[in-house]
Design a protein around this ligand. Structure first.
Ligand code: RP5
Length: 166
C-alpha cells in the first residue's frame, strides 16, 4: 500500500462537475489542514464501472476515508459504500427542484449493513472535518490541529458574546 506523505488520504467524489461549488468546501478544509486528498467526478448512473473501480481500489491506494457528494437521485455515496470497506461520508447536494430533500433522503436511507455517514444538505465542510477527526484517531498531530480548530471556534463565539453584551 502506498505510504508517502503525498499519498491521498481522503477521496472526494462527486456525481457531476455541477457539484463542485459545494464539494470544493471539503477540499478547502483538507487543504487548510495539509491533508492530501484526491478529487474525482464519478457518477453512479453515468459511469458506474469507473465508480465501482474507484471504490474497490481506494483502500489499497492508501485512501482512508471517502467523502461522496451527489444531488437528486443521489446514489453515489451508497454505491461507493457498497464497494469499499472504508468509511464513506455522504453529502446531499442541494437541488433546484426539491431543495436537496431528494438528495438527503437518497443518501441517508441506507439499508442495514451498508452505512453512509450522512452530513447536512451541502455539508461538505463538516464532511471534511469529520474525515479529519477520523484520521486523527491514528494521527496525534492531526488530532491536535482539530483541537486547535475547535478552540478557535470557541474564541470566535466568545467574541460574539462579548460584543452582544457590550
Ligand atoms: C447527480 O445529478 C449529480 O450529483 C448532480 O448533483 C445532479 C445533476 O447533475 P448534472 O445534470 O448537473 O450533471 O448525479
Amino acid at each position: 500500500m502506498p505510504d508517502s506523505e503525498d499519498t491521498p488520504r481522503v477521496g472526494i467524489a462527486m456525481g457531476s462537475e455541477s457539484d463542485l461549488p459545494v464539494m470544493r468546501n471539503a477540499a478547502a478544509i483538507l487543504h487548510e489542514f495539509d491533508v492530501p486528498y484526491e478529487m474525482r467526478v464519478l457518477s453512479a448512473h453515468r459511469t458506474p464501472g469507473v465508480m465501482k473501480d474507484y471504490a474497490e481500489t481506494a483502500a489499497d491506494r492508501g485512501v482512508k476515508v471517502i467523502i461522496a457528494g451527489a444531488g437528486g437521485a443521489a446514489h453515489l455515496p451508497g454505491m461507493i459504500a457498497a464497494s469499499t470497506p472504508l468509511p464513506v461520508l455522504g453529502v446531499p447536494v442541494k437541488t433546484s427542484t426539491l431543495n436537496g430533500i431528494d438528495s438527503l433522503l437518497s443518501v441517508v436511507q441506507m439499508p442495514g449493513g451498508v452505512p453512509v455517514g450522512t452530513l447536512a444538505i451541502n455539508g461538505a465542510k463538516n464532511a471534511a472535518l469529520l474525515a479529519l477527526q477520523i484520521l486523527g484517531t491514528h494521527n496525534a498531530d492531526l488530532q491536535d490541529a482539530v483541537r486547535a480548530y475547535k478552540s478557535d471556534l470557541t474564541d470566535t463565539v466568545e467574541g460574539m458574546d462579548a460584543r452582544v453584551q457590550a
